[in-house]
Design a protein around this ligand. Structure first.
Ligand code: CA
Length: 335
């Protein structure tokens, strides 16, 4: 049954994939607080789908959440999508260190035969900053797209990193030379003046990132993912051929006790990074944002600025983005 499903999906994929044919895959680094919300694995899911479609090359996943199961969960998740060898790095700092609702609990789930649905990998992640330096040092100049959907801890520490055995360049110079773009779920814009979770969990790093990051930055504010939600019925429909998919179980574990309307904050940053020209989102004029004394993110337009945020989505954009999220997340591994 599963084999048949894969064949059907392969056929569907061949019909829909040629979008990126001819273009080289975008080298991507994905930095996430995996485990704090269910949108992080949704974002990682669509990146895995883009890998199979030849649209991106996932160089590494780095974690800013230091809970014990965040890295084993990420390893299991990439393996399920057919990409077990993507390097995984972890912050050396204590940041939201409890497993919360799903990264640990998913390994306790049992199938009808009483066996665990998902084996917990015996796996120790690399330290994040050396891994980031290694990936950047090996990349072509001006090529890497970095996606940050958690705290700014790892990328701020990268900027501070000195020359070492991995590269004679400082972290700042490595980013200047190798990175093309940072796409991040960060702050709040479009008239929203509020504290946002990713900023608040490492305010100093967030402030540094906006002040010192040397490449263009595309920002998805809180209000964008809040406006684009995926509900249980949509998930059940997308995953009907594989109801024991880890993302389905993640959704159920994470939404338990709440409504079933999952916001898609981090997924928006991933989609924009890989498919910026497909009309899913519209970017603001250029400018500069900062983390101010209230720890919110005011934006000043400036033609010389390197920051842009996603403008409020139209109903048409919302529908297209939802559809893309669902078909990409539920795309099975073809390997
Ligand atoms: Ca996140």
């Amino acid at each position: 049954m599963r084999k048949l499903h894969r064949l059907l999906l392969l056929f569907g994929l061949l019909l829909t994939a040629p979008l990126a044919m001819g273009a080289a895959p975008i080298p991507v680094i994905f930095d996430t607080d995996m485990g704090n919300d269910a949108d992080d694995p949704m974002a990682l899911a669509i990146l895995n789908a883009f890998v199979d479609r030849g649209e991106c090359d996932l160089l590494a996943v780095t974690l800013t959440k230091s809970s014990p199961s965040a890295a084993p969960y990420t390893k299991m998740f990439n393996t399920y999508y057919g990409h077990p060898d993507i390097p995984i790095g972890m912050t050396s700092e204590e940041r939201t260190p409890d497993d919360r609702k799903y990264v640990g609990a998913i390994f306790d789930l049992k199938g009808k035969d009483g066996a665990p649905l998902f084996e917990k990998p015996d796996f120790t992640p690399e330290p994040a900053v050396p891994l980031l330096r290694k990936c950047l040092a090996a990349a072509e100049d001006g090529s890497v797209v970095m996606i940050q959907v958690g705290f700014s801890t790892n990328f701020a520490r990268l900027l501070d990193s000195p020359a070492d055995d991995i590269s004679p360049l400082s972290g700042l110079d490595l980013v200047k030379r190798k990175v093309r773009l940072l796409s991040t779920m960060f702050g709040a814009f479009n008239g929203r003046y509020q504290n946002e979770f990713n900023v608040m969990n490492d305010v100093d790093a967030a402030r540094k990132l906006m002040a010192e990051w040397p490449t263009p930055i595309w920002l998805s504010g809180f209000e964008i993912g809040e406006a684009i939600r995926i509900n249980r019925k949509q998930m059940d429909s997308a995953f009907c051929a594989d109801p024991d998919h880890p993302l389905m179980h993640t959704f159920i574990l994470y939404r338990e006790g709440w409504d079933d309307m999952q916001a898609t904050f981090d997924v928006t940053s991933a989609l924009l990074a890989i498919r910026p020209d497909d009309g899913y989102f519209t970017l603001s004029p250029k400018g500069k944002t900062r983390v101010n004394g209230d720890n919110v993110t005011p934006f000043d337009e400036d033609p010389e600025g390197t920051h842009q945020y996603i403008l409020e989505v139209t109903p048409e954009q919302k529908a297209r983005v939802q559809e893309a999220f669902l078909y990409l997340m539920s795309q099975p591994s073809l390997r």
